[in-house]
Ligand binder design. Structure first.
Ligand SMILES: Cc1cc2nc3c(=O)[nH]c(=O)nc-3n(C[C@H](O)[C@H](O)[C@H](O)COP(=O)(O)O)c2cc1C
Length: 254
């Protein structure tokens, strides 16, 4: 295939598109959309988001050094776009979108309950790059819809109807994986175990789809490497009762 030497922009696509919530020192909350973000470290768990200094959110996050990443589902794709084209200085986007805001556990900001996954972050550094400043932050906890988690503590993001962003367009995330980590070198026995696991999970999800109950959140606290034990403890919140779940899943490293 002949290649075009394209220099117009960064062509790394698709990317996640997420809603960032933050709070200023007067207690005012704001939300905006970003696509220039991602995971930058496994341990300690770190993410980066890049923000133009003229954004209201830039001001809020620089002040508090905290923010929450909210991963939206396809149901609210219009709100995702709206929050990315309307400035918080002129619009109360949280009110207009009718988002249900819940208090963060580890940071002074609120997360959007309509998003199946929310990630609480504390800023560690800010690096000016050009148009954008890159905020590198440590993940200090996450809120995950209970119906995305299985009994082994694995998160089924594919059940979250998530969105990706690709060169100006929003796309639905597919529910069907075309491979899994290490499958290219996996032994036949492991492949069979994986396939069996998948059959069980898809049976489970079709039966739980029929009983559409109110979605509950699982709160996952991420421990920093400063602690002696680096185990990630997951705490399932069921009404007022807390049930501890530990991931039995084999750890993958990237
Ligand atoms: C799909 C999409 C992705 C965006 N990604 C970013 C981004 O990565 N960084 C950024 O600073 N602005 C980004 N924006 C623009 C801001 O979301 C937008 O300017 C917003 O109105 C800023 O809100 P605020 O002033 O209330 O903080 C994006 C907008 C859209 C629609």
């Amino acid at each position: 295939m002949n290649k075009v030497d394209f220099k117009g922009s960064v062509v790394l696509n698709p990317v996640p598109v997420v809603l960032i919530t933050s709070r200023n020192s007067e207690g005012k909350d704001n939300v905006f959309t970003i696509a220039w973000g991602g995971t930058v470290c496994t341990k300690p768990p770190m993410v980066s988001i890049s923000i133009r200094p003229e954004r209201l959110s830039y001001e809020y996050i620089k002040e508090s050094m905290e923010f929450i990443i909210n991963m939206p589902s396809q149901k609210i794709v219009k709100a995702v776009d709206y929050c990315g084209v309307r400035p918080g200085r002129k619009f109360d986007k949280i009110k207009e979108m009718g988002f249900t805001m819940k208090e963060g556990t580890h940071v002074n900001a609120a997360y959007i309950d309509e998003c199946p996954v929310s990630i609480e972050c504390k800023v560690k550094s800010i690096t000016p790059l050009g148009t954008h400043d890159m905020f590198v932050a440590e993940v200090v906890g996450s809120h995950i819809n209970e119906d995305l988690m299985d009994e082994k503590g694995k998160i089924h993001f594919e059940k979250g109807d998530l969105i990706t962003y690709c060169h100006g367009e929003y796309y639905p995330m597919s529910k069907n994986a075309i491979g899994s980590f290490g499958f290219s070198v996996a032994k036949p026995k492991v492949k069979k175990e994986k396939a069996d696991e998948k059959t069980i999970i898809s049976k489970d999800s079709s039966s739980s789809d029929n009983k559409k109950s109110e979605t509950k959140k699982t709160s996952v606290k991420t421990k920093s490497t400063k602690n002696k034990s680096n185990k990630v403890k997951s705490t399932m919140v069921k009404s007022k009762k807390k049930t501890s779940i530990k991931s039995k899943k084999k750890k993958h490293r990237i």
